[in-house]
Design a protein around this ligand. Structure first.
Ligand SMILES: [Mg+2]
Length: 177
């Protein structure tokens, strides 16, 4: 009766480039180019303290294009995990690009989110997706996950906007009091 189990976990879903590491306007796959955004380890710690799972959902079409490999994606992830003391619970990445093959995992499609919701027994309405682009927010919104856009940007898909992940972590901490 697994499907009747109450959804008990809550999660912060995280886009990668532009949220966790600096968006360079080019594919980031060398760990030396993978530079953290403002106070990301502190932000992740704040969110973990509030009891959230931390799950990255990222498009990595450079793999389909032959620009880099899964191994390099994982090396960047390792760098982040070291910097934050292994706070990230899971990494989902979509290696596809529509020029080469169709996929329901690539954002703005929602398969990566659906897999994580199911695997970790996550209640979407208690969870958030943090992104810097509309394609990060669209699949989350479709699944009833709350949506946050960074860089103080605006979007019809965003429930609220904030400066960066660190500011968002402070807002949630305040709300939890
Ligand atoms: Mg991004």
């Amino acid at each position: 009766m697994d499907h009747l189990k109450a959804k008990t976990s809550k999660c912060i879903f995280l886009d990668r480039d532009g949220v966790l590491n600096i968006e360079r306007g080019a594919y980031t796959y060398q760990p030396s180019d993978f530079e953290l955004e403002y106070k990301v380890p502190e932000a992740l710690q704040n969110l973990k303290t509030l009891g959230y799972l931390l799950i990255i959902i990222t498009n990595q079409a450079g793999i389909a294009k032959g620009l880099y490999t899964k191994k390099e994606v994982l090396a960047c992830h390792e760098k982040l995990q070291k910097a934050c003391g292994n706070l990230i619970d899971a990494l989902y990445f979509s290696p596809y690009h529509p020029d080469f093959s169709t996929s329901l995992s690539r954002k703005p499609d929602s398969l990566m989110f659906e897999k994580a919701l199911n695997k970790f027994n996550i209640e979407p309405t208690n969870s958030y997706m943090i992104g810097d682009k509309e394609r990060d927010l669209i699949p989350a919104k479709k699944l009833s996950i709350n949506t946050i856009i960074v860089n103080n940007a605006t979007s019809q898909w965003a429930d609220r906007s904030c400066k960066n992940l660190f500011e968002f972590s402070l807002i949630l901490t305040q709300l939890a009091k």
